[in-house]
Write a protein of this length. Structure first.
Length: 250
């Protein structure tokens, strides 16, 4: 099924200054998120797999531990990658279509706001939204029903982190506790439900462990400190679940 996709940003990454793009897609078949507007943050001059393999995805992922260990091989992705996003699927497909000139570009607050109007926006279907100037998300979410957003860039001074917008991605309970002390809400991947701090965290309602009671589109809990609610925990899932569980258990 084809969904309408446009370019809403083309410019430097706030993480390292290298050229990146943001593609916004209306519609999704993702059963967990529901029919949210998806956004793909990509390196402009290199396909996603190659960018991950050689470390050029620093521009869009920063120092996220889940992107793996870069190497100088001529094929494949980074070693020990634990990110749940499968690069050869949507990111690679979107990048090829972008390079083939299939997407139009929209500019300005009114046009971008109109594209996001009336929808739930997923900031960073792939890539970290804090690599992108905040005015892009301000526009895309201006008339939207809401958003979900996560960032690993709280230690990056140049990134556009905003606790009111982003869930802080925490890799351990001490990291989460430090974020809570700063007034941030967190999204934490855990190895087992028993690892959750039930006084401060709740299990993702869309997760398998919570019975898939809802979708991200309907839940709306992952909107940073803009809402008053417990932080979110989720058991490691996806194609790299085993490696992710090893990482969070370390």
């Amino acid at each position: 099924m084809a969904f309408e996709t446009v370019i809403i940003y083309r410019g430097p990454s706030l993480i390292d200054g290298r050229p990146i793009i943001v593609l916004a897609q209306r519609g999704s078949l993702n059963r967990k998120t529901g029919n949210m507007l998806q956004t793909f943050i990509l390196v402009d001059d290199m396909d996603p797999v190659s960018a991950n393999r050689c470390g050029a995805d620093l521009s869009i992922c920063g120092n996220c531990v889940h992107k793996g260990i870069a190497h100088d091989g001529d094929k494949g992705q980074a070693k020990e990658r634990t990110c749940y996003v499968t690069l050869i699927h949507a990111p690679a497909s979107k990048y090829r279509a972008y390079k083939a000139g299939r997407y139009s570009e929209i500019e300005g607050h009114a046009a971008i706001a109109a594209f996001g109007a009336g929808q739930m926006v997923r900031i960073g279907t792939y890539g970290d939204g804090a690599a992108v100037p905040s005015y892009i998300w301000d526009s895309l979410c201006a008339d939207a029903k809401g958003w979900t957003a996560y960032t690993h860039q709280n230690g990056c001074q140049s990134a556009a982190t905003d606790p009111a917008r982003y869930m802080t991605s925490a890799e351990s309970l001490p990291e989460a506790q430090a974020a809570w002390q700063r007034g941030e809400r967190t999204f934490r991947v855990i190895a087992d439900v028993a690892d959750m701090d039930r006084t401060a965290e709740t299990l993702c309602p869309a997760s398998e462990e919570a019975g898939k009671r809802t979708t991200c589109e309907r839940c709306k809990l992952c909107a940073g400190a803009s809402i008053k609610a417990k932080s979110i925990a989720i058991v490691a899932h996806g194609t790299s679940a085993r490696k992710a569980k090893e990482l969070v258990s370390a």
